[in-house]
Design a protein around this ligand. Structure first.
Ligand code: NAP
Length: 265
């Protein structure tokens, strides 16, 4: 297998991303002589950077806000990327830009690690952006009852139509939380502050709590949910898994996930 000419993360902003830390650790552990570099790419520069990707036979990841634009720019994509019209991993083969999405399998992994088999669960999903789209695509194989609530209801309705038949859109957070077995935060609330996506006393007793946001030492929402007796996890498990699956797609070998986890701990 020939190695990519470079390994890049394209996002805006990207300086706080943890991906270079754990991808570089995995590259060293696998003996692959590449470095994973985060590039800050403003939206108006994405197309020219993708031309450099093609020219240099680069591979890598795409993050906020470029996942949908990168999907549009690819010459072809995997089925799962087409399902949610978003790409978070790319590579070049025979001069063609190929796109993939590993967020869907990443969130599936995180949910199963927290609650086991999600079949039959009632799930409150807060948010209706890219992360929520990954949850809905994963949920197509769960047979779960999902109630999605977003600050902007039209966005939730549009997403529920795009990944059809998986989620019901509700107006209030309380409607989503009623009788929920699992509460998923797919908003950025808690990323840069200690704010909560929903009050902890509104979460049913016994419900599990999954925050897709990740921070060093977890989010306060996750820590306090656990202190109240809820099973709870932050987005680190999803982050590592989506990165590990991208690594495998680029290089055809599985990375050492424990090395990746240690690198961000
Ligand atoms: P996004 O596409 O921008 O969508 C964000 C969603 O949250 C939208 O529904 C938005 O509503 C809502 N929202 C934003 N600010 C809010 C606020 N202050 N109050 C209520 N709702 C608010 O973002 P995304 O890509 O889905 O990412 C969401 C979070 O998931 C980010 O923190 C990201 O880091 C995390 N994430 C984690 C992983 C992982 O691997 N763990 C992977 C992907 C994403 P409006 O439409 O009203 O703005």
């Amino acid at each position: 297998m020939s190695l990519p000419g470079a390994l890049w993360l394209l996002g805006h902003p990207v300086q706080h991303s943890l991906s270079p830390k754990f991808q570089d650790a995995a590259l060293r552990a696998a003996g692959i002589p590449l470095e994973y570099t985060a590039l800050d790419v403003p939206p108006d520069a994405l197309q020219s950077v993708l031309e450099q990707v093609r020219a240099r036979h680069a591979a890598g990841n795409v993050t906020v806000p470029h996942k949908e634009a990168a999907f549009q720019a690819c010459d072809s994509t995997t089925e799962i990327a087409a399902r949610i019209e978003a790409v978070n991993a790319f590579k070049v083969e025979d001069g063609r830009l190929l796109g993939h999405n590993t967020d869907v399998a990443g969130v599936d992994h995180a949910v199963r690690a927290l609650v086991g088999d999600p079949t039959g669960l009632t799930i409150a999903l807060l948010g209706a952006g890219g992360a929520a789209a990954a949850v809905l695509a994963a949920a197509e194989s769960w047979d779960a009852d999902i109630r999605m609530r977003s600050r902007t209801p039209e966005r939730a309705r549009a997403l529920a139509q795009r990944v059809a038949g998986v989620a019901e859109v509700v107006r209030r957070v309380a409607d989503a939380l009623e009788d929920a077995d699992l509460v998923i935060n797919a908003t950025p609330i808690g990323m840069t502050s200690n704010a909560f996506p929903c009050p902890l006393d509104s979460i049913p007793t016994g419900a599990a709590v999954l925050d897709l946001v990740y921070r060093p030492n977890e989010t306060r929402w996750v820590r306090e949910a656990r202190a109240r007796g809820h099973r709870a996890a932050d987005g680190m498990g999803m982050l590592i898994e989506q990165g590990a699956l991208a690594f495998e797609w680029w290089f055809g070998v599985e990375p050492d996930r424990e090395v990746m986890r240690m690198a961000v701990r």
